[in-house]
Design a protein around this ligand. Sequence first.
Ligand SMILES: CC(C)(COP(=O)(O)OP(=O)(O)OC[C@H]1O[C@@H](n2cnc3c(N)ncnc32)[C@H](O)[C@@H]1OP(=O)(O)O)[C@@H](O)C(=O)NCCC(=O)NCCS
Length: 148
Amino acid sequence: MKLVQCTSTGQDGWLGLRQALWPEGVPAEHIAEMQFFLDHPGRFFQLVAYEGDNQPAGFVEAALRGDYVNGTDSSLVAFLEGLYVAPGYRRMGIGTLLIAAVIAWAKACHCTELASDALLDNEGSQAMHRALGFTETERVVFFRKLIP
Ligand SMILES: CC(C)(COP(=O)(O)OP(=O)(O)OC[C@H]1O[C@@H](n2cnc3c(N)ncnc32)[C@H](O)[C@@H]1OP(=O)(O)O)[C@@H](O)C(=O)NCCC(=O)NCCS
């Protein structure tokens, strides 16, 4: 297994893995967002994990957040923005290694907290967070109202 930091939007597997995690976005939207991250390397960190013969197996994206992050006490907080391991590569420790790399990056950025979130029905993700030492802080409900 090898972890590679993304340095271009053409990083092998990055777009495809992103689309698998967030299928609602069209490729152009993904690429614009990826380019924004690359243009702000002090704020964003992204890695692709490769297995075997350079098969893209997973990715992680993290950011430094200066606005309030639910359940945290410090600022800047490192936030796990996206984490995905392709189904054939799960339960092999890849998610663990991707998060370990994010923690090393966050430490280098002088952060003392790594925050994250998961949908209420995503029990696999919640189990992984707990297994890796995250503690649950808050549950929130989002609302919106259209303004005519
Ligand atoms: C969540 C996800 C990233 C985990 O990646 P992974 O590489 O399989 O995780 P790891 O192999 O490092 O798992 C570490 C530990 O977390 C726990 N864990 C991971 N996935 C789990 C699951 N589906 N159910 C229960 N526990 C789980 C286990 O304790 C596991 O250790 P073990 O395999 O020795 O029992 C992966 O399942 C995934 O991409 N899911 C879909 C996308 C997603 O939910 N992303 C997170 C959004 S917040």
